[in-house]
Ligand binder design. Structure first.
Ligand code: 2M8
Length: 493
């Protein structure tokens, strides 16, 4: 049973207010129950319909033409796993637009097949799309509101001509594409995307695995998507900072207490500078770079992505892509299974000294996405996120609640994130853990009802934090509201 969304049974929904100055209601709806003093005006109940309208407005508001920015104020470019998740939200509003999102993401790949973590926006008008946008982008002035902007990464261009970063991010695209295909099959569009995604996975399995361990080596904390997760502190602190003054842009729009520290940033930028100095030679960075880790979250996502790409290739009569993807999945899954700890969880590894990083975090939860994970390993994750160290009333915590470095407001060091909660729920559901999946989804939605379309949430109060109008929070909300309505036999609002 999915959570009910009628106004009587949903909790904490009487806290929303609409300002008297509102021009469009959703633009000024404030769902943050901890900031009631900021919300004068008529108090109205928050209905499922309101939440859906808010989510749809956020997604549409972040639409840059062919791709969705995570947040206009904080992240004004195309981010990799954000875009894959945004496609799931678009699937509920406009399926053609959802396919475009994935196509634009694939268009960001470099000549080696790597899809970068950022494809930069320039001042080319949004309505210019496709190849023309790519061409104009190469000559137009880059959009400078984000640090580190395009100049930090050297002269790197995507196949569609945009400026791009030199690192990647969790490969969620194939899995999101499968979900999109299951709801809105478009054979022509999916066929065109099979090979770009296969090449990206191949890049991760080959260039990024120079020693043949079976898992890709991450060369920057940003590649995990969980930037300042505590597990990366030890390997990151080995990096001698070469960047002294950091003029932060992120803290213009978000409270510094909710963002990584300056000490983190100096090292993040040092790694970027060093990568650029050697022309982003990927295998060399994976073999000898200053920061090299294995992340069970990234690896679990890759194993699942290979599995889902194999499934799609099978549907489309592409046996070679299916076979290669199946082999990729099994390779990563076998490596992950083999290194589960005695408690059943899989943890990150620091490759500079081969040590296991003894932290229990969202990365271990994401490992549940791995196809063929052992029953004991699966049960360990299920327990971890429903009643264990990562459980909370508002979704999966990014860090063990008893960890001494835990900080309920600081980014990936404590808060609950919609994508982690949703991915954990989805992984558990696929393995038949239906009650666990349902309660995680209810928690995810409870966070949004009370905290708004925010980037992350205080795990014990549900207070919304970080960037506002955040795309993947909106996208996953749209998907779950539609799934809940479908389960109850209602037409989508
Ligand atoms: C955050 O990361 C970027 C760097 O990639 C940043 O802090 O500037 C992370 O939460 C990452 O997972 C996410 O993809 C990105 C955009 O939402 O923001």
């Amino acid at each position: 049973m999915r959570p009910s969304w009628d106004p009587i049974t949903v909790k904490r929904m009487d806290l929303i207010s609409i300002s008297a100055r509102a021009s469009t209601p959703w633009a000024t709806i404030v769902g943050d129950s901890t900031r009631k003093e900021d919300t004068p005006g008529e108090v109205v109940p928050l209905l499922a319909h309101d939440v859906r309208a808010m989510a749809a407005a956020v997604l549409r508001g972040n639409d840059n033409g062919g791709y969705t920015v995570p947040s206009r104020a904080t992240y004004p470019h195309q981010w990799n796993w954000d875009s894959a998740l945004a496609a799931l939200g678009w699937a509920e509003l406009d399926s053609a637009r959802a396919w475009t999102e994935l196509e634009t993401l694939a268009g960001a790949r470099d000549r080696q097949g790597m899809i970068p973590h950022i494809a930069f926006h320039t001042r080319v008008p949004d309505r210019v799309n496709g190849r023309l946008r790519g061409m104009l982008t190469t000559v137009a002035a880059p959009y400078a509101r984000y640090l580190p902007g395009p100049r930090w990464w050297g002269k790197r261009f995507s196949v569609d001509g945009r400026r791009i970063s030199g690192i990647t991010q969790p490969p969620l695209a194939a899995t999101c594409m499968r979900l999109l295909f299951e709801a809105h099959a478009d054979e022509e569009r999916v066929r065109a995307l099979l090979r770009p995604l296969l090449c990206w996975h191949r890049f991760l399995l080959e260039e990024r695995d120079p020693r043949g361990t079976g898992e890709p080596v991450l060369i920057h904390p940003w590649e995990s998507g969980r930037d300042n997760a505590v597990e990366w502190d030890t390997p990151l602190w080995r990096v001698m900072p070469e960047v002294t003054v950091v003029h932060r842009r992120d803290t213009h729009s978000v409270d510094a207490a909710e963002r990584p520290s300056d000490e983190h940033y100096r090292r993040y930028l040092t790694l970027v500078r060093r990568g650029t100095e050697i022309g982003w030679r990927q295998t060399r960075l994976a073999r000898t770079g200053a920061f090299r880790v294995l992340d069970p979250g990234f690896s679990g996502i890759l194993a699942r992505a290979c599995h889902d790409l194999a499934w799609l290739a099978e549907q489309l009569g592409e046996p070679q892509i299916a076979a290669e993807s199946d082999r990729g999945c099994e390779r990563v899954a076998a490596a992950l299974r083999a290194r589960a700890d005695s408690d059943g969880l899989i943890r990150p590894v620091d490759l500079t000294d081969e040590s296991t990083l003894e932290v229990t975090s969202a990365g271990s939860a994401l490992a549940a996405l791995t196809p063929g994970l052992g029953d004991d390993q699966l049960r360990a994750v299920s327990e971890l996120v429903t009643s264990g160290a990562l459980a909370s009333p508002y979704g999966v915590r990014s860090l063990d609640r008893d960890h001494p470095e835990r900080s309920p407001r600081n980014y990936w060091r404590g808060p609950a994130w919609t994508n982690i909660t949703w991915l954990s729920a989805w992984a558990l559901e696929r393995r038949g853990e239906l009650d666990a999946a349902e309660s995680l989804r209810a928690q995810m939605l409870a966070a949004v009802e009370g905290g708004g379309m925010r980037e992350y949430f205080v795990p014990d109060s549900g207070r919304g934090l970080g960037a506002r109008d955040f795309a993947w929070t909106a996208a996953l909300t749209l998907r779950e509201l539609a799934a809940g309505a479908a389960a109850r036999g209602e037409a989508a609002a």
